[in-house]
Design a protein around this ligand. Structure first.
Ligand code: NIG
Ligand code: FE
Length: 415
């Protein structure tokens, strides 16, 4: 392994057993196309000035000088993973709550008692912007070690003007894609006046600045959080201000998230553990991507989302971690790929496409992220096995050898 510091403009990853990348150039991938992964055997990836300059077979590699090299023997390469749904910008933890849940308390009960999301709100408000930046930087490091080179992160643990905006700034400054989740829960200040008064505050006092920082808006449409009419009002105002739209929907109950996402032209509807047949059919016939989060279903001991049925019906499906301290304390997309294969009935190829190309589609970055092809950002994950499918096969194992981001070694297990 050569030293990535100093950043030679050209980096050659050579003698890779496999270079695997979703086939074709379209997005989002649906149906049979989701399963088509192109594999180059005995291959190389050449990076130049932060972009991929070429991918091919070793026998076709022309001699190069002035190039830093990584020996890829015994390894395979996949695109840098894209995590399109996280709540990584939080302070503190919820290990106490985890123990209570293990002893039988439910996530919804804890939330109703002022714990859950609201306990992370207290810790996040208390951390201050510098403390929050420090916490996020630790979480981003965890994600990077797991192969994530592009991440989205949501606000939603501030629920006041200052902390919501601080979260969005900190996410942006850490290189993440910021989503404004002001409508995550009703904070204690509005316990008396209620969700509608809180939405008045969000749209009047926070949206004008949130729109300068965030790329999308998100809402928790669920019993005990916001109902469909409230979600519609919040999202429509955010859309009119220029934000893309996302929804947390059908996590515990089918509360109208899919019809609303379609009505408003949302980018995605995420969770879907409670989605039934008509929701599957409606989503499949739409342009909205369904983001499934099996680590969250596992962590809360909930039913898995119907990902197989969604793919078979022709829906655009993406996979993400939902990384957060309460419902999915899990930053690992390789683990999520394992869950996709073992719990959702997806092939490793479908899982890879769902957390690369389709996740990049949700984040509106398909021209630069999610594929190993000339012109794309040089974000490459070296899998510690000759067959790239170990990414999903090795359940929770040390499957990441090296992570390259923007043509530079960002993390290596061998350092
Ligand atoms: O996606 N469901 C709502 N929000 C998050 C959980 C946030 C938390 O528990 O802190 C989710 O699961
Ligand atoms: Fe979430």
């Amino acid at each position: 392994m050569s030293d990535g510091e100093g950043g030679a403009a050209r980096l050659l990853i050579r003698d890779l057993a496999q270079v695997a990348s979703p086939a074709g150039g379209g997005a989002p991938l649906r149906g049979a196309a989701l399963r088509e992964v192109g594999v180059t055997h005995d291959g190389f990836v050449l990076c130049e000035d932060g972009r991929i300059a070429g991918v091919g077979r070793m026998r076709d590699l022309k001699p190069l000088d002035d190039v830093e090299e990584i020996d890829g023997q015994g390894l395979s390469a996949v695109p840098g993973l894209v995590d399109c749904h996280t709540h990584a910008c939080f302070a503190g933890d919820r290990v106490e709550e985890f123990s209570l849940r293990a002893a039988g308390a439910s996530y919804e009960e804890l939330h109703a008692r002022g714990g859950g999301i609201l306990s992370t709100v207290r810790a996040t408000r208390a951390a201050g912007e510098a403390g929050l930046a420090e916490a996020l930087s630790e979480h981003v490091d965890w994600m990077l070690r797991a192969g994530t080179t592009t991440f989205e992160a949501k606000s939603g643990y501030g629920l006041d003007r200052e902390t919501e905006l601080a979260q969005l700034r900190v996410i942006r400054d850490a290189g993440g894609v910021p989503t404004w989740l002001g409508a995550h829960a009703v904070p204690p200040e509005f316990a008396e006046t209620g969700a509608d008064a809180y939405l008045d505050f969000l749209l009047g006092e926070v949206l004008p600045e949130a729109v300068q920082l965030a790329e999308a808006a998100d809402v928790f449409l669920e019993r005990g959080a916001f109902d469909a009419d409230q979600a519609r009002r919040y999202l429509a105002a955010c859309r009119d201000a220029g934000l893309a739209l996302r929804l947390h929907g059908d996590q515990f109950t089918e509360s109208g998230a899919i019809p609303l996402a379609i009505e408003l032209g949302a980018r995605s509807v995420d969770h879907l553990e409670a989605t039934g047949e008509s929701g599957i059919a409606a989503l499949a016939a739409s342009d909205v991507t369904g983001v499934v989060l099996p680590a969250s279903a596992l962590f809360l001991n909930r039913p898995m989302p119907p990902a197989r049925a969604l793919v078979d019906a022709g829906a655009a499906v993406a996979l993400a971690t939902d990384f957060n301290p309460g419902s999915a304390f899990c930053e690992s997309l390789p683990l999520v790929c394992s869950l996709a294969a073992t719990q959702l009935g997806l092939a490793p190829e479908e899982a890879l496409s769902a957390c690369t190309v389709n996740a990049a589609h949700v984040l509106q970055r398909v021209d630069r992220k999610g594929r190993l092809a000339a012109g794309f950002d040089a974000d490459v994950v070296l899998v510690a096995a000759e067959d790239w499918r170990h990414l999903a096969y090795h359940l929770g194992g040390p499957v990441i050898d090296t992570v390259i981001a923007g043509g530079k070694i960002a993390w290596s297990s061998r350092a």
